[in-house]
Design a binder for this molecule. Structure first.
Ligand code: Q46
Ligand code: ZN
Ligand code: ZN
Length: 314
């Protein structure tokens, strides 16, 4: 029986990368993920080996894969987990946290060093879980995502601006990024579009944010976790169901099926357009200029008085 062979060593290939016309065996696939991530970090000046990196981990495949790769590449990478207190009938938050603990155990057994995880749980810290907080807001009652976004952003900013970390890394992949970009493009939301890049520099009390996996398709990070034996939270947050970004992802998958590399081209050509000032950077500058410090928590906000986070807890 004939089977696909690895382009590097003739072993049996486990992964076909259509858009690169490359078939790779397990060993060379893992090596490829490492090399390609390193290239993205260097090319986009994300961070150096001296920087302290905070990896936002959710328990899902992308964030755990990212933490794994950064540790393998020798970076000083700590994990950061926000416990949202979401159950949704699947014990979503509790099980996500368990997956992260499993990952930490696995890395400790492998390296003899236990990776450090910083944890902030919303309910014990602020008195209410995300679903409880959402109930107090008319707009978020059905779907707590807007409240969740405000709280996550606030906690992330407060943990990173105490000076302990130089940069926040998130596991967003190409499918995520292309879907957000597409959503913003069909509305021509240029203010959001100009902020969509693999690197956002620190400014106005917000930390530098990077996405080292932005060129990987979702199936590529999924294959990596599988081949590395990393267990992860397979289910998405129960509130993600039916969201607009999931519909857009389906649409882009259909496009990709008919035209290999479409997502990559869509996202990367947009980055080229940004770099050549296709969009007027003044727009985002205006947005930045309108920010000031919230009188209660000190974080940047464009609201007239308290920031959205402090208003939630009023
Ligand atoms: S965690 Fe929070 Fe997401 Fe769940 S409640 Fe919505 S925003 S879907 S990334
Ligand atoms: Zn090989
Ligand atoms: Zn505030």
């Amino acid at each position: 029986m004939s089977y696909m062979r690895c382009h590097k060593c003739d072993e049996r290939a486990v992964m076909r990368l259509n858009h690169h016309r490359l078939n790779l065996c397990k060993e060379h696939y893992i090596e490829w993920i490492h090399r390609y991530t390193q290239r993205a970090i260097d090319k986009w000046n994300m961070f150096s080996h001296d920087d302290r990196i905070m990896v936002a981990v959710s328990g899902g495949k992308d964030s755990l894969a990212l933490w794994d790769v950064l540790l393998d590449l020798g970076y000083k990478a700590d994990g950061f987990y926000i416990g949202l207190g979401i159950d949704g009938g699947i014990e979503y938050s509790d099980r996500s946290y368990q997956m992260i603990q499993k990952f930490i155990d696995m890395r400790e057994a492998k390296d003899g060093v236990r990776p450090y995880l910083r944890v902030v749980k919303v309910k014990p810290t602020y008195g209410s879980s995300i679903p409880e907080l959402a109930k107090t807001s008319q707009r978020a009652r059905e779907k707590p995502c807007s409240v969740c976004g405000i709280v996550k952003r606030h906690i992330m900013n407060s943990v990173t601006t105490d000076g302990e970390y130089d940069v926040v890394a998130t596991g967003h992949n190409l499918d995520d990024e292309a879907a957000v970009l597409f959503g913003n493009t069909i509305r021509w939301d240029t203010e959001m579009m100009v902020r969509q890049a693999p690197v956002l520099e620190a400014r106005n009390g917000m930390p530098k944010k990077v996405k080292p996996f932005f060129r990987f398709y979702e199936r590529e990070t999924a294959a990596y976790t599988l081949l590395r034996g990393i267990e992860y939270m397979y289910e998405e947050c129960p509130f993600a169901e039916g969201s607009r970004s999931i519909h857009i992802k389906h649409m882009l998958n259909q496009l990709e099926d008919q035209s290999v590399g479409a997502k990559l081209a869509f996202y990367m050509n947009f980055q080229n357009a940004l770099a050549s000032n296709f969009f007027n950077p003044q727009e985002s500058k205006d947005m930045v200029d309108s920010l000031h410090a919230c009188p209660r928590c000190g974080q940047p906000t464009s609201a007239k008085d308290l920031c959205a986070f402090c208003r939630l807890f009023e």
